[in-house]
Design a binder for this molecule. Structure first.
Ligand SMILES: CC(C)(COP(=O)(O)OP(=O)(O)OC[C@H]1O[C@@H](n2cnc3c(N)ncnc32)[C@H](O)[C@@H]1OP(=O)(O)O)[C@@H](O)C(=O)NCCC(=O)NCCS
Length: 159
């Protein structure tokens, strides 16, 4: 295990389409139905989307990312994903914290997202950041074994 003094620093930066490949690898590491690098590249490169990455220094390896779509003054988190081997190190919290600040500078006033009712780590993360439930979509997610789980719709005011 690396000590506090030797642990590599992680920085949060806006990412562009050149990060699509590592984003796709992380997405595959996280979800039963991952998005392709082509789909991710199209989203990240679109002016309607805001993407931030957690980048390990000095290697510049991508450890996690967050992708949000903005429409007028509302925004929706499309995905938050952290490499399995890098979890529980505060990376998602760092990403969300920076991303929320960035969305405020882009004049977003309300942020929405959907999370599986069964995804307790993500639900705790969002709860910690003050998101509250505003709706439920019954049986919205299909897991790899064919089971269904409800989606909770969460929201947070940014101002
Ligand atoms: C959810 C996810 C993004 C969290 O990433 P992470 O970098 O490990 O999270 P952090 O270390 O920043 O943890 C921040 C908070 O989230 C919660 N949390 C994260 N992982 C947790 C776990 N395994 N169990 C319980 N709470 C957890 C805790 O409240 C934690 O705060 P704490 O450390 O003070 O207890 C990560 O587990 C992941 O990528 N999962 C797969 C993809 C996914 O489900 N994305 C969300 C889709 S809506």
């Amino acid at each position: 295990m690396l000590s506090f003094f030797t642990r590599p620093a992680t920085v949060i930066e806006p990412i562009g389409g050149d990060f699509a490949e590592p984003c796709a690898k992380i997405h595959k590491d996280c979800f039963a139905h991952p998005w392709s690098s082509q789909d991710l590249e199209a989203m990240i490169a679109s002016s309607a989307f805001v993407a931030d990455g957690a980048i390990q220094m000095p290697s510049r390896k991508l450890l996690g990312f967050i992708l949000t779509r903005c429409i007028a003054d509302e925004a929706e988190v499309m995905t938050v994903a952290v490499l399995a081997s890098a979890r529980r190190n505060g990376i998602a919290a760092l990403l969300l914290d920076n991303h929320l600040q960035r969305l405020r500078t882009l004049r977003a006033v309300r942020l929405f997202l959907e999370v599986s009712e069964a995804n307790l780590p993500a639900r705790r993360l969002y709860s910690k950041f003050g998101f509250t439930a505003v709706g439920v979509r019954d049986g919205y997610y299909r897991t790899i074994d064919g089971a269904n789980s409800n989606a909770l719709v969460l929201a947070k005011d940014l101002i």
